[in-house]
Design a binder for this molecule. Sequence first.
Ligand SMILES: Nc1ncnc2c1ncn2[C@@H]1O[C@H](COP(=O)(O)OP(=O)(O)OP(=O)(O)O)[C@@H](O)[C@H]1O
Length: 484
Amino acid sequence: MGSAQSAGALRQSGKVDGEPVLFNYFREEDPRKRVLAMGSGNDLDGDKKWTKLEADNIIAVLGVHAQLPDDYSLLYVEWPPDAESNKSAVPIFKKMVATNLPPQFIHDFTPSGASCWQTRSERDHKDTNLHVFISVGSGTGLAKPFYEGALKPLWEHCGLREGADYAVHYTTSERSVIELTQNIILPRANEGVNQAIVLLSGDGGVVDIVNTLMSSKRTRQYCKPNIALFPMGTGNALAHSLKITTDKTMGIASMLRGHHQPLPLFRATFSPGARLLLNEAREEHELYQLGGNPVIWGAVVCSWGLHAGLVGDSDTSEYRKYGAERFQMAAKEALFPTDGSDPHKYHGRVSLMKECGDGEHWQVLERQHHAYILATLVSNLEQGFTISPASRPLDGQLRLVQFGPMPGQKVMEIMGKAYQGGKHVEDEDVGYEDIEGLKIKFHEAEDGRWRRVCVDGKIIRVEKDGWVIVTKEPSDVLDVVCMA
Ligand SMILES: Nc1ncnc2c1ncn2[C@@H]1O[C@H](COP(=O)(O)OP(=O)(O)OP(=O)(O)O)[C@@H](O)[C@H]1O
């Protein structure tokens, strides 16, 4: 087989599924723009029909067998033709055996060997330690079709059998992810067993796993499970912020080619009367108690004001049908009340913990009324909504975005800039800074709606004269897999 370099492309003759082809690898500087073109036809120098495989759709290349060193399985996804307009579209797993691929291509798409599922699907115990959680209630219900069309066939190809080499768990209630974590993951993590969770859900699934692990007794042998995220919710803030969704494989490439790293967390500690709202706010639940106070942990966001209000208002099965649009629909209702008044002016005392040369200090915001108070560990709350442009994946830095009361139109203008790569933070009315912690003392006496706090999509209502303190969490309980 000959090999030659053409202008801008790495060219090499080889085979696809046994048929001769010419490979042309366009190795652009931007990894996302790379393309493998495959020219078919017996006459390798003559005219050809070219098939193109874009980097965004490529999952990985895996060696076929040690005795066939030139053969690789080229794994990729294919989307249905109507994917752009069809919100229910999911990618389908595809594969080909490619012989004599350009070496640079093999280099660019081969897993490093450190990815979660490879190491953790090796069985060292009577039970499997690779678990797929399928949250059927997340987002617009794509988790099950995605598993069936893409993940299951991928693992079949890799020789992993459902029920034997890995276990699949479908959610049956709001508490399913919590119970699976408590009953399956935690006991074995406490025995020191390596485990991987493949999570097909939105941010809600992550926060359930994190809180179950953080609020449980962990032994000295505790082995952090790792987690591969598949963005099946509406916001998917964590998956977008970890750049898991920058390609079109919906997390599969990250799972195979990523590395695992600790997931930074924050802790929100509340005054004693704070309650978690569930079932469209019809039920109130106690939070976990730590040192006599209710606490909840998060990996994404803790907010009060417009953000918490619109997450809470849109968390109904009616709104969920609209996917990520539900947030914008609820935002319109909050910003332009039907009686023509201005948006609510949230009343409370907000303090920021700042790092200074000689330690940490609390600074009080002068303003007593607010529209938007949001502390975050991540850059994006939705794919195109960059709430904190300075945040880098897993950097562990809490950042605060805040602004005071203003007319609905001006709020829309500011939030619109968040959809332009995070330009809202340049607006003179917006505060944006690194913080070590945040404290809010609520002065909202009347309506409990104005005392709702959002932690990673969960809504906590604080009692009259209550408070919340948000700080970075020093311990970590999970590793997350990503390529960033
Ligand atoms: N079978 C089920 N029955 C009832 N509730 C379910 C079921 N499966 C999942 N849920 C609940 O649905 C909610 C889905 O939340 P999740 O965060 O995964 O998705 P989302 O809210 O659409 O996305 P995001 O948080 O990314 O915006 C969770 O509260 C979860 O407990």
